[in-house]
Unconditional design. Structure first.
Length: 264
């Protein structure tokens, strides 16, 4: 049985706060991002395993009983009836599924950390694109097409301008637009995402719905939170790995929504 107290450099009488403090110091010391030694990856797995036992009061109580020879239940060993039977020695290379999972997470941790940082960089790019001074361009509606929104709902209409910009409008406002009608469209500064459209003579002012700054505005907000957590909030290998995978998926969806106005 492994001596988890020795792994964390503690006495058996250590308090919960001391266990948590020792775990954090060792993780910072042997983290693959800060320690390039070949032993760091295996040591961090042992440190996580030790903290999993000693950091849980119930598991620690059972473990303390086992190392002191006071386990609550000691099954009696019976001799096997078959004289040819020999008890197999334990496999020294055996690893539990959790150990294998932690080793896998440790080996891929630099990649998942990079995913979180890329996601945070994408959020900053989107924020910059939205906050920089926007561009307003004069365009003319050249085409109108019906868009079916549902089996029992009236069709919306999609309008296209002479520059190829398309925007969908509900039936409530669609009658206010006609072919040849001039409109002013406000675009974001970098990606050129349409944000607002306006016709000053008729007083029409609408927000373009199908864009990352319209219907999908929630995506940059979620990306900001998860990418900041993955990049700056250190809570252990398992947390960093899971949130890194989440940030990878959010990055893909954010890029999709950033350019969705060009796909429709």
């Amino acid at each position: 049985m492994r001596d988890y107290y020795s792994i964390l450099g503690l006495r058996t009488t250590a308090k919960d706060s001391e266990i948590k403090s020792a775990f954090r110091k060792l993780v910072l010391r042997y983290h693959p991002d800060k320690n390039d030694s070949p032993e760091a990856a295996s040591l961090i797995v042992e440190i996580n395993e030790a903290y999993e036992i000693l950091g849980d009061p119930k598991k620690r109580t059972v473990y303390d009983q086992q190392i002191s020879g006071q386990a609550t239940f000691q099954p009696t060993q019976q001799r096997h009836r078959d004289p040819a039977y020999r008890k197999r020695a334990p496999n020294p290379n055996f690893k539990s599924k959790r150990q294998e999972m932690l080793e896998m997470m440790t080996s891929y941790h630099p990649i998942t950390l990079l995913m979180s940082r890329v996601a945070f960089a994408l959020f900053l790019f989107i924020a910059l694109d939205f906050l920089l001074p926007s561009n307003t361009e004069q365009e003319v509606i050249t085409k109108i097409a019906a868009v079916k929104t549902g089996r029992y709902q009236a069709s919306n209409k999609k309008f296209f301008t002479n520059r190829g910009t398309g925007f969908e409008v509900t039936n409530e406002f669609s009658n206010q637009f006609t072919i040849g009608m001039p409109v002013e469209i406000t675009y974001s500064s970098i990606v050129h995402v349409p944000i607002y459209l306006e016709n000053k003579p008729s007083g029409i002012f609408l927000k373009v719905p199908t864009s990352i700054y319209g219907t999908f505005i929630f995506m940059p907000v979620i990306l900001m939170i998860t990418s900041a957590l993955g990049s700056f909030y250190k809570r252990g290998i398992e947390f960093d790995f899971n949130i890194g995978i989440t940030n990878c998926l959010l990055t893909i969806f954010s890029l999709l929504f950033l350019f969705i106005h060009k796909m429709l």
